[in-house]
Design a protein around this ligand. Structure first.
Ligand code: ADP
Ligand code: MG
Length: 453
């Protein structure tokens, strides 16, 4: 069997959903399990409506919800999937009642956010099932909350694999054996007590990998709006090429440093079970796509892709000498954890630590926590540029070329050596596009046809 995950843009409107139905029909002999995201922008709009209601403006929240409902109903009519209309209507009524509750309580907790956000996937999956049935596919709707069991860390819950895996097998195997095509939701899960949780924004890719690993799938397919993993984000660099094959190690680095084409956690369950991950374009289903495999073949061109992340803040912490060095470092990393900040890059020098973190108001909390032991400086408007390629560390010439290409730019922090496969630089956010363009020109002027389309 295989897992096929369709992202929000792949189910954004009736023609897109029809394309998805055709793609799925082409894979029926491989026994697919279908994982689907909410229709584009739905999750954000649901949360916005709820925020408005909880902020006291129930009317504005309801108007936003009505628009969302009208849009979904239009898609249903476009697909002539009217059999599902009353069920979808029922979901929207539930959301409306929840908005009223939020308007009374005037608070919107993480638990409430997950409850609201989950409707996007519940509804899109109902619509997809009906569209499949109308095309003669024996599709069966399954509620992911029955088997994606997680902890209760709402809005970024982690799966409890010991509980989830047997439930996945129990829920999905019988369907597959009965010749049905299970259709379930990405992104959402539930605690042991049945409280709805979510795996974090864009977490549908992760759901596909969790299910694929639990069922020992032959393939995990991520269907999106680009031809695969590309040499850079095509939204920024239209000249980007598609990469044919990447190793799990390379893909992990890329997604960690911001390539949003895949949720970073996706690769862990797949790698552990050595299940290949394919990335395909639902708008161009015949394009060959990218495969992520255990090993990528040796290449003439060492770098496979460029990732970036912004906005990034740079935190420099200078010990006042009152603590022994190791205690000081421990204090810094403990404070980071308490502030909920993650250091993408860290460098240590004598009694100084420099860290690249996501820009957020929590950097102030960090400063406060360290006040007694250190002087902390924070600067904003930075970005990370990261080059990823197999065994980059063993290609020292690359570093010289990169610095030469960017010789008029300032790097406030550099990371090389911690990873075999990446080189990461902090640049000013204003220089990001120029840096990416120049590096892309440098690294992909003569791309190896064995590796790139
Ligand atoms: P989905 O809704 O299908 O999950 P996403 O928007 O999450 O799709 O991911 C696809 C987007 O990822 C692309 O439209 C592209 O702009 C962006 N992206 C960023 N980096 C890359 C990259 N290296 N290769 C391909 N796409 C990338
Ligand atoms: Mg995505």
């Amino acid at each position: 069997m295989i897992v096929m995950k369709f992202g929000g843009s792949s189910v954004a409107d009736a023609p897109s959903i029809e394309r998805v139905v055709n793609i799925i029909r082409g894979y029926l002999p491989q026994h697919p399990v279908i994982v689907v995201s909410a229709m584009s922008k739905t999750t954000r709009k649901l949360l916005r409506a709820a925020e408005l209601a909880a902020g006291g403006d129930l009317a504005a929240g309801t108007t936003q919800l009505e628009e969302l409902k009208a849009y979904h109903m239009e898609v249903i009519r476009g697909l002539r999937a009217t059999a599902v209309e009353s069920e979808v209507d029922g979901y929207f009524n539930e959301i409306e009642r929840l908005l009223s509750g939020l308007a009374i309580l005037r608070e919107f907790t993480p638990r409430g956010r997950d409850r609201i956000a989950a409707y996007g996937e519940l509804i899109s999956s109902k619509i997809l099932v009906e569209a499949l049935r109308r095309a003669g596919v024996n599709a069966r709707w399954l509620d992911a909350r029955q088997f994606i069991i997680t902890d209760d860390d709402h809005t970024r819950a982690r799966p409890l694999f010991d509980m989830a895996n047997p439930k996945i097998v129990h829920a999905l195997r019988p369907c597959l054996e009965a010749g049905q095509i299970p259709v379930t939701q990405g992104y959402i899960g539930s605690t042991i007590d049945g409280i709805t949780t979510t795996l974090g924004f864009e977490g549908s890719d992760y759901t596909a990998a969790i299910i694929g690993a639990a069922l020992d799938a032959q393939d995990i397919q991520i269907w999106t709006d680009v031809n695969g993993i590309m040499t850079a984000d095509p939204a920024l660099l239209p000249e980007a090429r598609t990469v044919k094959i990447l190793s799990f190690a390379e893909a992990k680095e890329l997604t960690h440093f911001g390539a949003k084409v895949l949720h970073p956690k996706t690769l862990f369950p797949a790698h552990e079970k050595a299940i290949p991950v394919h990335i395909y374009n639902s708008k161009q289903p015949d394009a060959p796509g990218t495969v992520i495999a255990l090993e990528a073949p040796p290449a003439r061109t060492p770098v496979k892709s460029l990732a970036y992340k912004k906005p990034i803040s740079l935190v420099t912490i200078i010990s006042n000498g009152s603590l022994p060095r190791l205690r000081f470092f421990k204090l810094v990393f403990d404070a980071l954890e308490r502030a909920g900040l993650f250091a993408y890059i860290a460098a240590i020098s004598e009694l100084r630590v420099a860290l690249a973190v996501d820009s957020s108001e929590m950097t102030q909390a960090l400063i406060n926590q360290l006040r007694h032991a250190a002087q902390t400086m924070v600067t904003h408007n930075h970005a990370i540029v990261c080059l990823v390629g197999e065994r980059l560390k063993q290609r020292p010439g690359i570093v010289a070329d990169v610095f030469q290409a960017l010789n008029d730019m300032r790097f406030d922090l550099i990371s090389q050596g911690a990873s075999e496969h990446s080189l990461a630089l902090i640049v000013h956010e204003a220089n990001l596009e120029t840096a990416l363009k120049r590096l892309h020109e440098l690294l992909f002027q003569n791309p190896d046809p064995a590796l790139f389309y």
